[in-house]
Design a protein around this ligand. Structure first.
Ligand code: HEC
Length: 233
C-alpha cells in the first residue's frame, strides 16, 4: 500500500512531461474545452482529429513538376470547387474532375462584359490618340479591335447584343467613323470621333450603366488639344 503512491506519482509525472510539449503546439480550442490529445494521437501525432490543427495532406507531396507543393484552398463562393478529388494546387484546370468542370472554370476566368468593355475603353483612348495625330492606319486598327471586343461581349452576354448592334455596330455609328477614317479630313475625323463617343455613352445610359460615363476612358477622350507633336512614322 505505501509503495503505490510514489509509483502513481512517477507515472503521472511521466505522462505530464510527455504531454506538456505537445499541449503547447495545440491550437487554442474554439469551444473553450480543453483539448488534450488522446492516447491514439500521442502514438500517431499526424492524425487529423478534433482539437489538432488539420495537417494539409499534400503540403509535402509534390508532383513531378513540383506543383502540388503549393497547397492552399479554394475560395468560398465559387460553386462546387470543393467537389474536386485532388487537393487545390496551381493546376486549377488540369486537376478538375471533368471537362465540364474545366470549361466552367474557364468561363468564370474569362469574365463577363466588363472585361471586354475595359478593352474597348483602352482601344478608344488609343483611337483618340490616333485621331489626334491623324494617324489613319492606327485609328483603323483600334476601331477594328473595338468591334472585335464588342462582338465577344455579345457572345458572353447576349442580353447586351441588341443595343451593341442597334446602337453601335449596325446603326451606322461604326461604319460612319470607319468611312471618315478612310476619306475624311482631319477636322471631320475629330468631329466624327466625338459623335461616336456620344453613342458609347448613350448605350451606357440605355443599359442603366450611365454612371460609368464619368470614368477615365470617356473623360480622357472628351476633347482634342490644339497643339500636338506626332512621333516619326
Ligand atoms: C451595349 C451598349 C454599349 C455600347 C455600344 C458601349 N458600351 Fe461600354 N459598357 C456597356 C455595359 C453594359 C457596360 C458595363 C459592363 C458590365 O456590366 O460588366 C459597359 C462598360 C464600359 C466601361 C467600364 C468597364 C469597366 O468595368 O471598367 C467602359 C470604359 C466602356 N464601357 C467604354 C465604352 C466605349 C468607349 C464605348 C464606345 C466605343 C462603349 N463602351 C460602348 C455597354 C455598352
Amino acid at each position: 500500500m505505501p509503495s503505490r503512491t510514489p509509483r502513481l506519482l512517477v507515472a503521472l509525472l511521466t505522462i505530464f512531461t510527455t504531454l506538456a510539449p505537445l499541449a503547447q503546439e495545440l491550437p487554442r480550442p474554439r469551444g473553450g474545452q480543453d483539448a488534450l490529445p488522446t492516447t491514439t494521437e500521442k502514438q500517431n501525432p499526424t492524425s487529423d482529429s478534433p482539437g489538432r490543427a488539420p495537417r494539409p495532406a499534400s503540403v509535402s507531396a509534390s508532383g513531378p513538376d513540383g506543383s502540388a507543393r503549393m497547397t492552399g484552398r479554394f475560395p468560398t463562393g465559387l460553386r462546387s470547387l470543393g467537389a474536386q478529388q485532388k487537393p487545390p494546387s496551381r493546376n486549377w484546370l488540369l486537376d478538375a474532375d471533368s471537362d465540364d468542370e474545366r470549361f466552367r472554370r474557364l468561363q468564370i476566368a474569362a469574365g463577363g462584359s466588363d472585361v471586354q468593355m475595359q478593352q474597348v475603353g483602352l482601344r478608344f483612348e488609343e483611337l483618340h490618340r490616333a485621331v489626334l495625330l491623324d494617324n489613319r492606319p492606327m485609328a483603323d486598327y483600334h476601331l477594328g479591335k473595338i468591334r472585335e471586343h464588342m462582338q465577344i461581349m455579345g457572345l458572353k452576354r447576349p442580353n447586351r447584343t441588341p443595343n451593341l448592334e442597334d446602337m453601335f455596330l449596325l446603326s451606322g455609328a461604326f461604319e460612319d467613323l470607319r468611312k471618315v477614317i478612310q476619306t475624311g479630313t482631319h477636322a471631320q475625323l475629330k468631329d466624327q470621333f466625338l459623335s461616336t463617343r456620344q453613342v458609347c455613352m448613350a448605350c451606357h445610359v440605355a443599359e442603366r450603366m450611365g454612371f460609368l460615363n464619368d470614368g477615365g476612358a470617356l473623360a480622357r477622350t472628351s476633347s482634342f488639344p490644339a497643339h500636338v507633336v506626332s512621333a516619326p512614322r
